[in-house]
Design a protein around this ligand. Structure first.
Ligand code: PLP
Length: 427
């Protein structure tokens, strides 16, 4: 009986996607954290429990329940999502991008199960195995997993160590892709341009414009996916760069602006939203989304419609921003106080988002299976190894440290543990 089961398993006729799929790397990190309750995790991008908007959700649920008439919000919704929520989100986007034409704005929105679903559908609608997606360096590792899971290839855009785009290098890279005939395989560009995961950096408007201009001049006009998951999660001031949606240098490109209500408000409600400038692309993404889920959770969308409509989001989000700022500073200051900078480690202070991107001296390999990472787990602290965050040619001496879920005291303790290990590995 046992051998029959084994035989059946090994002969399971998986598709190419089924065979390529592996558990997301972050799942292994979460498993490690759960198996060891003493471990302080700077790894997963979970959000801050103390600023989650319980009162706003309670009020919204009560308001829905008190409505007369059919409780349509408990029924299936539509693939594109609730028109009322789309209208509200369109108004919000108009606030960020005032020059966007208002007429078709809400019709171009669709609601997704987190922005992750939009990213998946976007790549699925554009890429065949072997195709290339140009990405930031570093980039969001769960996006890279979408690309490789679909058999396509992420390729890093040239940035320097401080996050500035290298236009000369970009021209060289495009020239090389043309020379080898691979340019036709470039199917999309992906940018996390506001308080990025993992680097915490934002792309300047001049770099974003220069990227669009250079790609257009080189004739590489392919769809651009701008991931704005952390745009609302600034600490003191929004990042001033306009989106690709309204930068003239990106006029000719089909554009998808993917954003979310999870990171700045409630990850558990898992509502994301996207705006697509291109009718055909939008139609095809929705055609792919339909069989995914017949529409993302209608009830969660109805809750958000209530909360946003009643001004609950605007009222609550300053608390979230200040909460993350305090936690970022707690981690940053503790790392300095413990002496990490003196050991040659470097990082920037982000203006928003949920991550510190720590650069170790070049001789330290922070990879998941390396000695440094193992020593950290033994010491009781977990992080995301930076090498997971590169589309190609991974650098091995970075750490993504999330200050999302731990309390300030826990962050200080995590910093102590991390620096204890760093001291052992110092030359
Ligand atoms: C850059 C970025 N984009 C998208 C997502 C997906 O978020 P969600 O699906 O919760 O909207 C995340 C989550 O960590 C992220 O960091």
């Amino acid at each position: 009986m046992k051998s029959m089961t084994t035989a059946a398993r090994t002969s399971l006729p998986l598709s190419a996607i089924g065979q390529r799929a592996s558990l997301p790397a972050v799942a292994a990190l979460i498993k490690t954290a759960l198996e060891n309750p003493r471990l302080l995790s700077l790894a997963a991008g979970f959000t801050d429990n103390s600023t989650l908007p319980k009162a706003e959700f309670l009020a919204a649920a009560q308001a829905l329940a008190a409505r007369t008439g059919d409780p349509e919000y408990l029924n299936y919704g539509t693939t594109a999502g609730r028109p009322g929520l789309r209208r509200i989100l369109a108004e919000r986007l108009k606030y960020w991008e005032p020059t966007l034409p208002a007429d078709t704005l809400d019709a171009r929105f669709f609601i997704t199960t987190g922005s992750q679903q939009a990213l998946y559908i976007a790549v699925q609608s554009l890429c065949d195995p072997g195709d290339i997606v140009l990405v930031d360096r570093p980039s969001y590792f769960a996006f890279l997993e979408i690309v490789t899971g679909l058999g396509a290839r992420p390729k890093s855009l040239p940035y320097d160590e401080s996050g500035r785009l290298q236009i000369d290098e970009l021209r060289k890279m495009l020239g090389e892709l043309k020379r080898t005939g691979e340019i036709a395989r470039v199917k999309a560009i992906y940018l996390v341009s506001y308080f990025s995961n993992p680097s915490g950096r934002s792309l300047s408007e001049s770099d974003k414009a220069a990227l669009g201009r250079t790609l257009a001049e080189e004739g590489v006009i392919v769809p651009i996916i701008e991931d704005a998951a952390y745009r609302e999660l600034y600490f003191d001031t929004p990042h001033p760069a306009r989106s690709v949606l309204t930068l003239p240098e990106w006029n000719e490109f089909p554009k998808l602006y993917a954003a979310t209500l999870t990171k700045p408000f409630s990850t558990g409600a898992k509502v994301g939203f996207s705006y697509c400038s291109d009718e055909t692309w939008l139609k095809q993404m929705l055609a792919i989304k339909g069989p995914h889920d017949f529409g993302s959770a209608n009830y969660n969308q109805a809750l958000f419609e209530e909360i946003l409509g009643a001004g609950g989001f605007e009222k609550h989000i300053p608390k979230v921003r200040q909460g993350y700022k305090a936690k970022m500073l707690a981690l940053h200051e503790a790392l300095i106080a413990e002496g990490l900078r003196d050991l040659g480690w470097q990082w920037d202070i982000p203006g928003g988002g949920m991550y510190l991107w720590l650069r170790a001296p070049a001789n330290i390999d922070t990879g998941m299976h390396g000695e440094f990472c193992k020593a950290c787990v033994q010491e009781g602290v977990l992080y995301v190894p930076g090498d997971m965050c590169f589309g190609d040619n991974p650098a091995r001496n970075y750490i993504r440290a999330s200050y999302g879920v731990l309390t300030p005291d826990q962050l200080r303790e995590a910093a102590k543990r991390l620096v204890r290990v760093a001291k052992r590995f110092a030359r």
